[in-house]
Write a protein that binds this ligand. Structure first.
Ligand SMILES: Nc1ncnc2c1ncn2[C@@H]1O[C@H](COP(=O)(O)OP(=O)(O)OP(=O)(O)O)[C@@H](O)[C@H]1O
Ligand SMILES: [Mg+2]
Length: 259
């Protein structure tokens, strides 16, 4: 039996007249990887900010590791970490100093040892003594994720973890994310890359016009489209076909959240 790490029910959020989230519902099982997929401006970052207690919802409820994000934000913060859409590393510090800083902020013992272990785990040992200003995009992302793992959070939020990375660096991040989940960490990631969701996620939810319009495993989402036609070659629908059919001109109501 799997337990639920994140439960989102009827979440609403507006910025003045802009009604971004219009009743968002989804669950994330403990130790799974959940991808929130959506176009620019769909509200992915808004949803992640609400779940990580940085932003208050206007309505609905969200529970992370059994704690209500609105009423028990301190406990939620102790259970999670967030890697934001834009790298939070400090350029003037070295990689190791960044890690030590976070370990100290989290009041952990042996911050130097924690930093060294993470540098090794993320193949940054040689670069650890260099200022982050000299790092490549992939190295910064790796350091950013390493920083978010300090203190062993049960749930990790990754907002567009691979945006702007080259294919090799993306693969490295995917590898890290998969490893986290096998070790029991729950991962909620947002992405605009359909292949990323396809490669990584146990479940994929599509956020569109303020609601989850589809939520399932890749196999379940594939069933939402008509079966592959056999002409000369059989073509299975890709996640991209499904996404475009739903978000594009398609009739969203007919495929809405059949999970
Ligand atoms: N603080 C804010 N004030 C006003 N509008 C905002 C604010 N933050 C976000 N928005 C608007 O809300 C909508 C959703 O933004 P959000 O950043 O959640 O989208 P997103 O899915 O993360 O997009 P992206 O893929 O570009 O990161 C956008 O139209 C954005 O302009
Ligand atoms: Mg965003």
């Amino acid at each position: 039996m799997t337990s639920t790490a994140i439960r989102v029910q009827g979440i609403e959020k507006s910025y003045k007249d802009l009604h971004v989230l219009r009743g968002v519902d989804f669950d994330v099982a403990s130790g799974s990887i959940f991808a929130l997929l959506g176009s620019n401006g769909a509200g992915k970052t808004t949803m992640v900010k609400i779940l990580s207690t940085l932003l208050k919802a206007d309505g609905g409820s969200a529970v992370v590791e059994g704690f209500d994000v609105a009423k028990e934000s301190l406990q939620v913060r102790q259970s999670i970490s967030l890697t934001g859409q834009f790298a939070a590393v400090d350029e003037v510090l070295t990689g190791k100093e960044n890690l030590i800083l976070v370990a100290k902020l989290r009041h952990l013992k042996n911050p130097g040892r924690i930093a060294d272990e993470l540098l090794a785990q993320f193949s940054l040992t040689d670069a650890g003594a260099r200022k982050v200003a000299t790092y490549s995009g992939g190295m910064r992302r790796r350091l950013d994720i390493a920083m978010s793992l300090i203190g062993n959070p049960k749930v990790i939020f990754l907002d567009e973890p691979t945006t702007g990375l080259d294919p090799e660096a993306r693969l490295e991040v995917w590898h890290i994310v998969k490893k986290l989940a096998t070790e029991g960490t729950t991962v909620l990631l947002t992405t605009q890359y359909l292949d990323e969701a396809e490669q990584l996620a146990d479940r994929i939810a599509i956020l569109h016009e303020g609601r989850i319009i589809a939520n399932g495993t890749l196999a379940e989402l594939k069933q939402l489209l008509p079966p592959a036609k056999i002409e000369y070659v059989e073509k299975q629908p890709s996640l991209e076909d499904i996404f475009l059919a739903m978000v594009g001109t398609g009739n969203n109501e007919s495929v809405k959240d059949r999970s």
